[in-house]
Ligand binder design. Structure first.
Ligand code: CA
Length: 164
């Protein structure tokens, strides 16, 4: 098969019978295009001789680190290295001391679809159906990252002392 035929598309096998994180990520990826099943790769991945390397967090094509700050009960800081490819997944689990942390709801969306400011994140059940009226009320902030290749802290969580 000529090389140019292989560059046209990528096929991914996914078991659509099993709900879970992989299905959530898949649906989140295609959310930005109305779940039509087609999303164009970013330009840095479509160039014939791209040197993009997903394991290179120190630079390269598509690498433009930003700091994602989510405020809820706590403040969560994440360094996002390649925003054009990143997905953000909110997961809510119960938390008790007598059983495991059971899944309650989730919502996954592309980082590029995330809007800043105060937002309601509507939660979905394990099967992808709505968990209405359950939602998260959060504050989203995106700022240029001070990340450097030598820096080890890529994500942090800060909670106020004395909160109930
Ligand atoms: Ca539990």
């Amino acid at each position: 098969m000529p090389r140019h035929c292989c560059d046209v598309s990528s096929l991914v096998a996914l078991n659509f019978q099993t709900p879970g994180e992989q299905m959530d990520l898949n649906q989140g990826r295609f959310l930005q295009n109305g779940l039509c099943g087609y999303v164009l790769k970013p330009l840095f991945m479509r160039q014939p001789n791209t040197s993009y390397n997903p394991e290179n967090v120190g630079g390269g094509p598509g690498h433009r680190p930003v700091l994602l700050t989510i405020r809820w009960d706590c403040t969560f800081n994440f360094t996002v290295h390649v925003p054009d490819l990143a997905l953000v997944r909110f997961v809510v689990e119960d938390h008790d001391y007598t059983s495991s942390n059971d899944f309650l709801g989730q919502f996954t969306l592309p980082f590029t679809s995330l809007r800043t400011g105060y937002r309601h994140v509507r939660l979905l059940k394990l099967d992808g159906s709505s968990l209405s009226p359950a939602s998260l009320f959060i504050h989203v902030e995106v700022t240029p990252s001070k990340f450097s290749a030598e820096s080890s802290a890529q994500s942090t969580v800060e909670c106020s002392a004395g909160k109930p």
